[in-house]
Ligand binder design. Structure first.
Ligand code: SF4
Length: 221
């Protein structure tokens, strides 16, 4: 079905149904993007962490360490991490955990750090200092990937003083967009993305050229 939608060849689903699915999703995305401007109303102050894993081979290229924060407002259907949409779940992020993350990155075979959620940008007050410390200690020798339900354009349009934008521009790669189950092909799952609407974006190139630059080695945009 996904291939049929992407190629505009409709078989077992009507054009009206496809249009309705897309409109519903789009409206949800617009609604949730609007939420991003209600920064103060979102309970982001106390960052809770759902998990921290080392030696991960799935969330980004190479061998990586991965931090999963809690809280996500998007409520995507069939979210792979539904239990951590609630900001009250998980355990407190601490200075000790940050020190451990920094130390673990020192292993030569670790390529970098991945930030997932939940919604990492709504934990920017915590994650920005972490990313800054990674840069301080390791410079550009470790890469940082982040997954967000917001679109790059939404985050990038925020004021320069906003931590969400600062976090976006401090990482190397962002995988953006909500998970849309209709855009997932289980027989041919997209690499590092849940659904094919999501983009893998080279942040440094995008900032430098003032346009979205996708990393094309993982898929054909
Ligand atoms: S954006 Fe990601 S974490 Fe948030 S609800 Fe959607 S799939 Fe789940």
């Amino acid at each position: 079905m996904i291939q049929a939608i992407n190629e505009g060849v409709y078989t077992d689903i009507s054009k009206e149904d496809i249009r309705a699915i897309r409109e519903e999703r789009l409206n949800k995305i617009i609604e949730q993007s609007t939420l991003s401007y209600r920064w103060n109303s979102i309970p982001y102050m106390e960052t809770k962490v759902a998990d921290y894993k080392t030696d991960n081979f799935v969330d980004g290229p190479g061998v990586r360490n991965v931090l999963y924060v809690t809280y996500c407002p998007f409520a995507c259907e069939e979210c792979y991490n539904e239990s951590i949409q609630d900001y009250r779940n998980g355990f407190d992020y601490t200075d000790e955990l940050q020190a451990l993350i920094i130390a673990d990155l020192g292993k030569a075979y670790i390529q970098g750090l991945s930030l997932l959620g939940g919604e990492p940008t709504l934990n920017a007050k915590t994650l920005l200092p972490l990313v800054e410390e990674v840069r301080q200690v390791y410079g550009e020798t470790k890469d940082i990937w982040m997954w967000t339900g917001y679109l790059y354009e939404t985050l990038n349009a925020l004021p320069d003083t906003d931590e969400r934008k600062q976090l976006l521009q401090a990482v190397d790669v962002v995988v953006d967009g909500q998970y849309i189950k209709e855009y997932r092909d289980e027989a041919n799952p997209p690499v590092f993305r849940g659904s094919s609407n999501q983009r893998i974006i080279d942040v440094k190139q995008s900032v430098a050229t003032n346009q979205v630059v996708e990393l094309t080695e993982y898929y054909k945009p």
